[in-house]
Design a protein around this ligand. Structure first.
Ligand code: ADP
Length: 353
């Protein structure tokens, strides 16, 4: 408004004053600071809002990411993949949940292993009963055949055709007898003798028997626990286990040669203390399909007449009778390793062999 008009307007409102003070302030000087305050206020509110949204997104992500990882882990366990693990270190309930899922996976693996062992033991036990009956029936007539052929052999000189025929008869009857003996050994359960056995010594004795089977370029390395761990059991039956493992290893290496490393070591502590025996060879290895069946009675990949397929199932039965565990692993053609874990004798010092 012009100053004259403003003056008239004031006088009209409040009457003549005699004097008047008119302060003129540019419009922008009044409005601009108010606008600035308003803009600052809006920017502040916007900043607070955006920070709240960002914080919400961040904290939702912080929770959902590990939960998604746990969900994926549970799905993979459902598919039977127990090996991969997920590690969550949030230090809160989500970590507790993840730890529990991992514990569940470990328990499932143990349960699966136990079921596998149970099935294997039951398979061997039921087959053992059947085999035992048949083998006993065959054993007697077979003994008579061998005994009679040996008796008759005395009557015919070498060179005589009948001597050769009888020799052939004896040879085949003896081969059958070996199979029957294997079957009888297979069906035998429990410990016949139960004494403290020095595992290192027992393995050495068994290995001394395979000397004659080692052909070609095969070397033997012994890596024994110097504390000479002892187990409670039947030394002859344990010999049989170690002999079976050694013969198989030698067979697996007979084409190309290699090394069989036999080691013992004490594992665990207190009442859980055990001795682990490993037979590791550098032979042909075991394919994944065969691996599923090697402990099955009568499974063999050896030529007819060379294997009965009973060695590993017999060994498995013997190790189970000694409250032990036995398993194998093989990385393709890079050899095989057999592991045996037997409970260590708590109170060594009894009769030892
Ligand atoms: P057998 O020796 O009479 O065949 P086993 O029960 O001892 O019977 O072995 C079963 C099969 O397991 C063998 O035929 C072989 O295929 C496999 N096997 C066992 N030990 C080994 C080994 N160290 N390396 C490769 N294959 C093996």
């Amino acid at each position: 408004m012009e100053s004259g008009k403003l003056y008239d307007a004031i006088e009209e409102k409040i009457g003549p004053t005699g004097w008047s003070l008119i302060i003129e302030i540019p419009r922008d000087d009044v409005v601009a600071p108010v606008l600035d305050v308003f803009k600052g206020l809006v920017a502040g509110i916007l900043l607070v809002y955006l920070s709240a949204v960002a914080a919400a997104v961040f904290s939702v992500g912080k929770v959902t990411r590990p939960i998604n990882a746990i969900a994926e882990r549970v799905k993979s366990i459902g598919r039977g993949d127990f090996a991969s693990t997920v590690e969550i270190k949030t230090g809160d309930e989500v970590q507790t949940l993840s730890d529990e899922v991992e514990k569940m996976a470990v328990m499932l693996v143990e349960k699966k292993e136990m079921e596998k062992r149970l099935v294997q033991t039951q398979k061997i036990a039921s087959l053992g009963r059947l085999v035992s009956g048949v083998a006993h029936e065959i054993n007697n007539p077979l003994s008579v055949i061998i005994w009679s052929s040996q008796l008759l052999l005395r009557d015919f000189k070498p060179g005589d055709r009948r001597h050769e025929d009888l020799k052939m008869l004896e040879k085949h009857a003896l081969a059958c007898k070996k199979i029957v003996d294997d079957l009888l050994r297979f069906s035998r359960t429990g410990k016949q003798v139960d004494i403290a056995v020095d595992i290192n010594r027992n393995i050495e004795e068994a290995l001394s028997l395979i000397g004659k089977h080692t052909k070609g370029d095969i070397s033997l390395v012994l890596d024994f626990d110097p504390s000479s761990p002892k187990v409670q059991g039947d030394p002859d039956r344990l010999h049989q286990v170690f002999l079976n493992l050694a013969v198989n290893a030698v067979d697996a290496m007979k084409k190309k040669g290699g090394t069989l490393t036999v080691s013992t070591r004490s594992v665990g502590a207190g009442r859980e203390r055990s001795v682990e025996v490993t037979f590791a060879d550098t032979g042909c290895g075991i394919s994944p399909e065969d691996m599923e069946r090697i402990f099955d009675p009568f499974f063999t990949t050896k030529e007819a007449g060379e294997g009965t397929g009973l060695g590993l199932s017999v060994s498995y039965g013997i190790v189970s009778d000694h409250n032990g565990r036995m398993w194998a692993e093989s990385a393709g053609g890079k050899g095989s390793t057999f592991h045996i874990v037997l409970p260590e004798l708590e109170n060594a010092g009894q009769e030892t062999t």
